[in-house]
Design a protein around this ligand. Structure first.
Ligand code: DHB
Ligand code: FE
Length: 272
């Protein structure tokens, strides 16, 4: 007996696939090109690279299912909106003390080190319930790319778990850490997903962003991203993941040699 959800999903998927093929008069040769394309995405995917997810993302599918899922689960309009996970999440990032840095000590000869330190940011705020009560012991998990546009697992020159960390909120629900003001960068475009973008005359850039998963006992975990309002790609994200409420302002920071910018942001979680 078919799984009930599959029994609902599959006939619709098949109907739409058939409808699509009829609508565009899809030929055998064109279908075969698509099969080979998907095979190629699978073949180059591994722990460090998820080309099939990338393909879904550039056609807006991950953003769409994120939107559908959050609409289904949200219980209050006060909750912080979710955003896509993206392909570069890693489990087991280090649990760091509040107020410490996710920028790991690097070889100062690293090409992006100077630039990184010149654009570092102190990021702080609270984790709240939708009634405004602070949540103690919430885990704020964060990850971002280096200024060279690469996440740590894509880049031999970065130490393991660089620019990743988890922070636990204090009794007032506060979290704080040092990170980088994010920069726009191209999604990996040296494979089939990149070819696809070029065929459609599209650029591969995402606006600068910082990824978060915020979780706490009794609350639904929030997967989201924050976007820098100075970024020219805000309105043309290659993977369609920007939401207005997630666009933030970094303000100049005085009297802190470790960071040039401050970002304050409160996350509001919904009950489980
Ligand atoms: C995608 C998402 C990201 O956050 C990122 O850094 C690169 C790619 C994506 O949706 O494919
Ligand atoms: Fe990302």
């Amino acid at each position: 007996e078919a799984h009930p959800r599959l029994a609902e999903i599959m006939p619709s998927l098949i109907r739409h696939l058939h409808g699509f093929a009829r609508e565009v008069n899809l030929t055998v040769a064109e279908w075969m090109t698509a099969v080979e394309f998907i095979n190629e995405c699978g073949k180059i995917s591994n722990d460090r690279r998820n080309e099939t997810q990338l393909l879904c993302d550039i056609v807006g599918l991950e953003s769409l299912v994120d939107e559908i899922t959050s609409k289904m689960l949200a219980t209050s309009s006060l909750e912080t909106p979710s955003a896509i996970l993206g392909p570069f999440y890693r489990h087991d990032s280090p649990l760091l003390p509040n107020g410490s840095s996710i920028i790991q000590k690097l070889d100062p000869s690293d090409s992006w080190y100077e630039q990184a330190m010149a654009d570092s940011a102190y990021i702080t705020g609270r984790v709240l319930s939708s009634s405004g009560a602070p949540i103690q012991g919430a885990i704020v998990e964060v990850w971002q790319s280096a200024p060279n546009g690469l996440y740590e697992q894509q880049d031999e020159s970065q130490p393991e778990m660089n620019l990743r960390g988890r922070f636990a909120t204090d009794a007032d629900g506060h979290y704080a850490f040092y990170a980088l003001r994010p920069v726009p960068y191209p999604i990996p475009d040296d494979g089939p997903a990149g070819r696809f973008l070029r065929l459609l005359d599209r650029h591969p850039y995402r606006p600068g962003h910082i990824h978060f998963i915020v979780s706490a006992h009794g609350f639904r975990a929030l997967t989201t991203q924050l976007y820098d309002d100075r970024d020219e790609y805000i309105a043309k994200d290659a993977v369609f993941a920007v939401k207005d409420e997630l666009v933030v302002k970094f303000v100049p920071r005085d009297g802190d040699r470790t960071a040039r910018w401050t970002l304050e942001y409160d996350f509001v979680l919904g009950r489980e």
